[in-house]
Unconditional design. Structure first.
Length: 406
């Protein structure tokens, strides 16, 4: 009995020992698995951190690639809408200057004032010019009187000529009688019937009448020539009256120039004149800008003109008021801005660098836009021309007229 109990106790101990060893083995097997499980999250975090480090570079590369593609597309792919921000509001304004010198009596306008055509801007002292006008009119009246006197002389001269001719006819008749009388006395003298004294008297009378006839004929010729002289003098007097009339007209103009008027509707700017100033002719007094004739000067690159022609619609964005206006392409210029520069570029000397030129395209505003009254000369604007990809080259091959001409 005791041996059986001892044997059972041995079996129990051995079983416990075996179970203990299996438990230890399972625990040993479990510990490496736990270690492996802990290492897996550590590698995932490192991979995530690596991805986060690469993401900014990938984003920057994508942005650069998109930018390069956009630039190449803008440069090489034609667009129906041609845009530029190198555009300004401008106009053909007038510099107001006097045509005659004088002292300023009054200035009727102020800075930035709107005026209408014919309004007096500046009044100069007119007294000197009024005196000159009166003198010119007096000289004209005097010369008109001389014309009347010359006309009367011309009208009287035919009567003088007729008188001279009558005198010649009278002396011719007397000379004929004297010749006949001289012949009679000469015949009597040959027969010894006439006295010597009577013969000499007859010859003297004949010579006297001959001389008188010659003098009368000379007076007749002089009277006829005097008619032509008088006619020339009359014509000269008339010409002098024409000169006097021109001087009077010039004096009237100079007097009118003392009132300096606005040549058209517009707004006054750059006023530099003040009452009391003495201004010479041609001196700039102020500037007058026609506010209803403003237009846009859009400086487009020469590459942007391949589809642009007059008549195309344009959209004008005004930076100052953030508004849009409608416009029309008026004309393409005959040359680039550099061609008209005071110091034009010289490409025939030195090193050459090709630069894309810009041409100032004229864009006019469509009438009837109330917001256009807000424009001022010099405003910066942005223009977009709707070309519709209409090829200028193809259109030019179909006609002899330049399609870009106004």
């Amino acid at each position: 009995m005791r041996e059986k109990q001892a044997q059972d106790a041995g079996y129990n101990k051995a079983g416990e020992t075996g179970m203990t060893q299996k438990a230890d083995k399972r625990a040993g097997d479990a510990r490496p698995q736990a270690s492996v499980t802990k290492d897996v999250p550590a590698d995932g975090d490192a991979l995530a951190r690596e991805r986060r480090r690469r993401w900014p570079f990938l984003l920057a590369g994508g942005i650069i690639f998109a930018f390069v593609v956009s630039v190449l597309a803008i440069v090489f792919i034609p667009a129906a809408r041609v845009w530029t921000n190198d555009a300004y509001v401008t106009a053909h304004y007038s510099v107001i200057a006097p045509r005659v010198p004088g002292q300023v009596m009054s200035v009727a306008v102020d800075d930035n004032q709107t005026v209408h055509a014919g309004d007096v801007l500046v009044q100069l002292d007119p007294r000197d010019y009024q005196t000159t006008l009166d003198q010119a009119r007096a000289v004209e009246a005097h010369d008109r009187a001389l014309v009347m006197d010359a006309a009367a002389s011309v009208a009287r001269q035919p009567a003088i000529i007729a008188e001279a001719k009558a005198r010649v006819a009278q002396l011719s008749a007397q000379l004929l009688f004297a010749k006949q009388n001289a012949n009679r006395y000469a015949h009597l003298a040959l027969n010894g019937a006439g006295s010597r004294e009577e013969g000499e008297r007859t010859r003297a009378s004949l010579d006297d009448l001959t001389a008188s006839l010659q003098a009368a004929e000379a007076q007749r010729d002089a009277a006829e020539a005097q008619l032509r002289v008088l006619e020339a003098r009359q014509d000269s007097s008339r010409r002098q009256v024409d000169v006097d009339r021109a001087r009077v007209h010039q004096a009237e103009l100079n007097l009118s120039y003392t009132a300096i008027r606005a040549p058209f509707d517009g707004m006054v700017g750059e006023r530099t004149v003040q009452s009391g100033n003495y201004v010479p002719d041609g001196a700039a007094l102020m500037v007058l800008v026609p506010m209803d004739q403003l237009w846009i000067e859009a400086n487009y690159r020469e590459l942007a003109l391949q589809n642009m022609r007059p008549g195309q619609k344009a959209r004008i964005h005004v930076d100052a008021y953030d508004i849009d206006l409608d416009g029309v392409v008026d004309s393409v210029p005959p040359a680039s801005g550099a061609a008209f520069a005071p110091l034009a570029p010289e490409n025939a000397t030195g090193n050459f660098t090709k630069i894309v030129q810009r041409l100032p395209v004229k864009i006019t505003l469509v009438p009837g836009q109330p917001l256009a009254r807000l424009l001022r000369m010099g405003f910066s604007v942005e223009t977009t021309v709707e070309t519709g990809l209409s090829s200028v080259v193809r259109a030019q091959t179909r006609t002899d007229r330049a399609v870009t001409d106004k």
